[in-house]
Design a protein around this ligand. Structure first.
Ligand code: OAD
Length: 240
């Protein structure tokens, strides 16, 4: 049944995405059975202490993910394309926790990668020295500008997420919030819904199953994969 939150006054939408949106593109989610964090210790591969202890281990973890992302088995899916299509009708801004480039490949105009980007590296001496990177990274790779050691441009636990100023601005100016395919277990992404609630603006959650935050959302699409439910969400917005 159509809910009255899908009304004609919605002009701008902030869309948060997580690993569930990439899942049907053959990229593993993080939690749950067979998730990435089942087979790897976060403190070894996604924490600055792990990097200090064993840089080769960290590089090989992300090298494997980068080459998989660039392999022919990974392509944008119907959920990415449905979200990209919404650019035609709304000011549609995607804030993603995903480090893949699948939203961009599907053609979305604004994609803010709050947890970084697997296809770039930055220099340990200067965070602003950022370079596109599509091959394997090793401890013999140094910054072409200043010679510092290069590391993957991914946010690790205990580090600050990226682009928070821009995200705060979008939170203030968007008419609706939709959260797709995230477990809502990681801050600060999981706090956005509460800010929209305080502003009395509509919120929608799309997920295979209910999450710890589901009670906070005004409307939910559950029980179906993102390739189906994101298309349903698009149709609700477009009144089809
Ligand atoms: P999670 O692995 O925590 O959660 C994935 C969510 O997607 C779950 O709620 C699943 O129910 C849902 N899901 C799985 N398959 C789906 C499908 N086909 N369609 C729709 N939903 C599906 O991933 P995130 O919430 O994205 O951070 O994780 C957030 C952050 O935690 C990640 O960015 C990463 C991780 O640690 C860092 O590495 C810094």
């Amino acid at each position: 049944m159509k809910n009255n939150i899908f009304n004609k006054n919605i002009k701008s939408i902030l869309c948060l995405t997580g690993a569930g949106v990439d899942a049907e593109s053959n990229i593993k989610t993080f939690r749950g059975s067979d998730g990435t964090w089942e087979g790897h210790d976060i403190y070894n591969v996604a924490h600055p202490d792990g990097w200090k202890r064993d840089k080769d281990l960290v590089n090989s973890f992300y090298n494997e993910r980068r080459s998989h992302l660039l392999s022919p088995s990974v392509k944008p899916n119907k959920a990415h394309y449905a979200l990209a299509e919404l650019d035609k009708y709304f000011e549609f801004n995607i804030v993603t926790q995903n480090i893949s480039d699948l939203h961009k490949r599907a053609g979305s105009k604004t994609v803010i990668q709050m947890h970084g980007n697997l296809l770039s590296v930055f220099c340990e001496n200067n965070r602003e020295h950022i370079f596109e990177w599509k091959k394997n990274l090793s401890t013999n790779d140094f910054c072409p500008k200043c010679g510092g050691l290069l590391r993957v441009n991914v946010v690790w636990f205990s580090e600050q997420v990226l682009h928070m100023d821009k995200i705060d601005e979008l939170i203030k100016t968007s008419d609706m919030f939709v959260s797709c395919g995230t477990s809502s277990l990681v801050a600060p992404a999981n706090t956005i819904v509460e800010i929209f609630k305080q502003m009395n603006k509509p919120t929608v959650e799309i997920n295979l199953e209910r999450t710890v935050s589901s009670d906070l959302f005004d409307y939910g699409l559950y029980g179906k994969p993102a390739t189906v439910s994101v298309v349903e969400f698009k149709n609700l917005l477009l009144d089809k």
